[in-house]
Design a protein around this ligand. Structure first.
Ligand code: MRU
Length: 354
C-alpha cells in the first residue's frame, strides 16, 4: 500500500492527524484531517481507522492532538492532562490491546521526561508517536520474513478480516507475508473472506490485494468450509487484536470458526501479530474484553436495510480462538510454537534484552 493509513502532518503546534477514512473504501479513497482529539476518538470508534496496530498508532497521534493545546505551565498539571486525555482515547474500543499499549507508552514517556519544559514535552510526545509508527513499519517487515519460513510448499492461503497496510502503519501483519512473497517472486494466491458484518475482507483486503496485483478470490464467510474441503487452501493466516499469556487469541468474529474448520481439515492455522498485540498480564482468553457493537451493523449495513427494524441482534465484533487450535504465532521476534506460555514468555525476555 502506497498510502499511509494514519500519519501526522506538520509541526506539533499546528499539525493534523491525517487518516484514510476506511469506511468509504473501496468506493472512495478519502483522506480526513483531524484537528482535535474528539475527531480521532470518533475515527477509532467508527472504524475509519481500524486494525490493532493502526489503532495504536492513531491513538498515539490523537494524544498529541489532545494535549498540544494544554495551557498547563507545570509538569504536574501537564501530566494530569495527559492522563485524562489518554483515558478518553482508551474508551474508543475495548478489545485491541494495541490501543492501551500505545497510550501507556505515551503516558510513560510523559512521566519519564517531566523534567522538560511543557513545550519540549509536547514535542517529545510527537517524537514518540512518530517512533511508534516507524517501529510498526519495521515490525511488519520482520514478521513477513519470519512468516515466509512457514510458506514453503504453500501456494494458496485463506485470510479473514483485513490485516494489510490499512490495519497497520504500513505493510500489514498476516498480509505482509503475502506482499513479501510477491516481492521475492514467489506469489501466494489468497482466498479472502467477506468478514460480516462490516465486510473488512470484501471492502479492504480485496481492495488492497487487487491494487497490489495479487491473485485474490473473495468468498462469503460461509464458504470457508467448502473451500477447505475442496483442498483449495494450504494454510490460514490472519492477525490478532489481543493474545493472552497462554496463546488464546482474540481476533475478528469468525476467526474461531475458521480455526475449528482448519483443524478438522488438517490445515495449519497461523496467527501473525506484533508483541504490541500481546497481553501477557492476562492468563487466558477468558479475560479478554470483547467489543459488542450495534445490531444495526447486522440489520442495516452501510445504510442498506436487510433485516426488519427492531429484530433482536447479537453482534460481538471479536471472538477468542483457544491456543490449542493455533499451529504457530509469527511475531517480529520469530515464530512461536506451543506450548505458548513458554514461547511467549521467551519472546518478551528477548525483547527486554535488546
Ligand atoms: O474491527 P477491526 O476492523 O478493527 O478488526 C480488525 C481485526 O480483527 C484484524 O484482524 C486485527 O486487528 C489484526 S490485523 C492487524
Amino acid at each position: 500500500m502506497n498510502y499511509p493509513t494514519v500519519e501526522w502532518r506538520g509541526s506539533v503546534a499546528t499539525g493534523v492527524v491525517r487518516l484514510i477514512d476506511q469506511t468509504l473504501l473501496p468506493g472512495r479513497l478519502k483522506f480526513v484531517r483531524c484537528t482535535d482529539v474528539k475527531q480521532v476518538w470518533e475515527a477509532l470508534r467508527m472504524l475509519r481507522v481500524r486494525g490493532a496496530p493502526a489503532i495504536g498508532v492513531g491513538a498515539a497521534y490523537g494524544l498529541v492532538l489532545a494535549v498540544r493545546g494544554s495551557r498547563a505551565t507545570t509538569a504536574e498539571r501537564f501530566l494530569a492532562d495527559v492522563e485524562r486525555q489518554a483515558a478518553y482515547l482508551a474508551s474508543a474500543r475495548p478489545t485491541a490491546v494495541n490501543l492501551f499499549w500505545a497510550l501507556d507508552r505515551m503516558r510513560r514517556v510523559a512521566r519519564e521526561e517531566q523534567g522538560l519544559a511543557v513545550p519540549a514535552l509536547k514535542a517529545r510526545l510527537l517524537a514518540e508517536a512518530e517512533t511508534m509508527a516507524a517501529e510498526d513499519r519495521a515490525t511488519s517487515i520482520k514478521m513477513a520474513e519470519h512468516g515466509l519460513s512457514l510458506m514453503r510448499g504453500v501456494s494458496t492461503v485463506l485470510t479473514h478480516c483485513n490485516t494489510g497496510g490499512l490495519a497497520t502503519a504500513q505493510h500489514g501483519t498476516a498480509l505482509s507475508i503475502v506482499y513479501r512473497a510477491q516481492e521475492i517472486g514467489k506469489p501466494l494466491k489468497v482466498y479472502a473472506t467477506e468478514t460480516r458484518p462490516l465486510l473488512q475482507g470484501a471492502r479492504l483486503t480485496a481492495w488492497e490485494l487487487t491494487q497490489a496485483g495479487i491473485d485474490v478470490t473473495l468468498i462469503c464467510d460461509s464458504a470457508a468450509a467448502t473451500v477447505m474441503r475442496q483442498e483449495r487452501v494450504d494454510c490460514v493466516i490472519l492477525g490478532a487484536d489481543r493474545i493472552a499469556a497462554n496463546g488464546d487469541t482474540a481476533n475478528k468474529i469468525g476467526t474461531y470458526a475458521l480455526a475449528v474448520l482448519a483443524r478438522e481439515h488438517g490445515i495449519p492455522f497461523y496467527v501473525v501479530a506484533p508483541l504490541s498485540s500481546f497481553d501477557p498480564e492476562i492468563a487466558s482468553g477468558d479475560e479478554i474484553p470483547i467489543e459488542e457493537r450495534s445490531g444495526e451493523e447486522i440489520t442495516c449495513p452501510y445504510g442498506l436495510r436487510i433485516a426488519p427494524a427492531g429484530v433482536r441482534t447479537y453482534n460481538p465484533a471479536f471472538d477468542v480462538t483457544p491456543a490449542k487450535f493455533i499451529t504457530a504465532i509469527v511475531t517480529e521476534y520469530g515464530v512461536l510454537h506451543p506450548p505458548y506460555n513458554r514461547s511467549i514468555q521467551r519472546s518478551f525476555k528477548d525483547r527486554a534484552a535488546t
